[in-house]
Design a protein around this ligand. Structure first.
Ligand SMILES: C[S@@+](CC[C@H](N)C(=O)[O-])C[C@H]1O[C@@H](n2cnc3c(N)ncnc32)[C@H](O)[C@@H]1O
Length: 397
């Protein structure tokens, strides 16, 4: 592989926006890719994958080149050296010493938080919370995420979708554990396919596809998805309900609900309405209303670092403490929207017990007579996909 000037500059520009201007990596990459129509599919893949990889290994790459501040070319140089890619004779690479990078890399191997490229506070927090298991999870979280599709069973079967995609040169395989999932054989952009434009699938991690079935919905039920966001799980719920019954999708952000409406139209979902949460009254009005309630709460996102590696550098302990308070507040203030006898699922994309099991334990301490825990499930990044937690509770009275 050879480095090209224009795509390398694209990577540097993206890194500057992510670390300098503190923008989200996915948005930055989207913007950088839009600005040069001459880049082909391979160029685009290089920019996206290299940027994500440098973000993932940021601490390690800084260490092995002793890069400071905005010396992003040094990070790209180290990335090349560690991937055995020749460095062109560009001014930006003057003074880069391969041997020094390699020997500093050997040195870095002695310290987990450096070689696995994670901030001190995060390494300490996760070790404290999950002990030795953190070794495995941290390693897995540094792997590239698989691209997984969820068949929209309102429109097509998984096998027919697989055939259609193959006709559009998208090869996929199935996975026993995931009923509606198709896994891409190789990473590629699937948003341009006619299958996507026709609403035949959504891109959704395999572990995330556990959550809607865990709520045990049935066609005809009344279901509330109280933290619906742009509706990854709402659309799945609608498909499991065969478009029958009613889903109320709620969130505190109108722009997310607008995006959900757009996605629902594409997916052919007709049993859903959105409702903005403007105050506690919005929630109060829906007391004793639903057969099923999903609380897919805001969280640290530590289970999805494969997908969002920049979160490692943007998260803070203060944010995690705040989000934990919000989780407990949502559990307590929203739980009565489910009818007595109905089921509630609390879910996060975190691997921290303090956002997961311990939140449920705390909630139940005060509501032992009203709710009982039916089942908990942990999906771990080391099992191959994203990290998720889900707990299903039954409202007793
Ligand atoms: C984990 S995300 C939801 C992802 C979504 N369920 C999906 O599958 O795509 C959490 C959502 O909770 C929303 N949120 C934050 N505070 C909230 C609150 N007090 N009540 C309800 N939703 C809230 C956020 O805007 C965000 O969209």
């Amino acid at each position: 592989m050879r480095l090209h000037r224009s795509t390398s500059e694209g990577v540097i520009q993206a890194l500057d926006a992510i670390f300098g201007a503190k923008k989200y990596a996915d948005k930055v990459i989207e913007k950088v890719l839009k600005q040069n129509p001459k880049w082909g599919a391979r160029d685009r893949r290089f920019i996206a994958e290299t940027t994500y990889d440098i973000v993932r290994w940021y601490r390690l790459l800084r260490r092995v080149t002793e890069a400071k501040g905005d010396e992003y070319w040094k990070l790209l140089a180290a990335w090349c050296v560690l991937h055995e890619i020749d460095l062109p004779m560009w001014d930006e690479f003057k003074g880069i010493k391969r041997d020094s990078i390699k020997s500093l890399y050997k040195e870095a191997e002695k310290t987990r938080k450096i070689i696995e490229s994670v901030p001190d506070w995060l390494d300490e927090l996760c070790e404290r919370e999950i002990g030795r298991q953190w070794n495995h999870e941290l390693h897995a979280l540094n792997e590239e995420a698989a691209v997984v599709l969820r068949t929209n069973t309102l429109k097509i079967s998984k096998r027919d979708l697989q055939k259609l995609l193959a006709e559009e040169n998208v090869e996929t395989h199935v996975h026993d554990q995931f009923q509606d999932a198709l896994l891409l054989e190789e990473r590629q952009n699937v948003f341009g396919t006619s299958a996507f434009k026709d609403g035949l699938f959504e891109v959704q991690d395999a572990a995330s596809q556990f959550i809607a079935p865990f709520l045990q919905v049935e066609p005809g039920m009344r279901v509330i998805d109280a933290c619906a966001g742009a509706g990854g799980k709402t659309l799945h719920l609608a498909a499991l309900m065969k478009n029958k019954g009613r889903i109320i999708a709620m969130d505190v952000e109108q722009y997310k609900l607008d995006e959900l409406q757009r996605r629902a139209r594409r997916a052919g979902v007709s049993n859903m309405e959105t409702r903005l949460i403007e105050s506690s009254k919005t929630v109060k009005r829906l007391e004793d209303n639903a057969d099923r309630l999903l609380l897919d709460v805001p969280c640290s996102g530590l289970g999805v670092l494969k997908r969002n590696p920049d979160a490692k550098w943007k998260l803070s302990i203060e944010f995690i403490d705040k989000v934990k308070d919000l989780q407990q507040h949502i559990l307590n203030d929203y739980c009565l929207m489910v009818k007595p006898g109905g089921l509630l699922v609390y879910s996060t994309c975190s691997i921290l017990p303090s956002e997961n099991d311990q939140q449920i334990k705390k909630f139940l301490e005060n509501r032992r007579d009203e709710f009982e825990l039916q089942e908990e499930k942990h999906a771990l990044p080391s099992e191959g996909f994203d990290g998720f937690y889900m707990a299903r509770l039954k409202r007793l009275k």
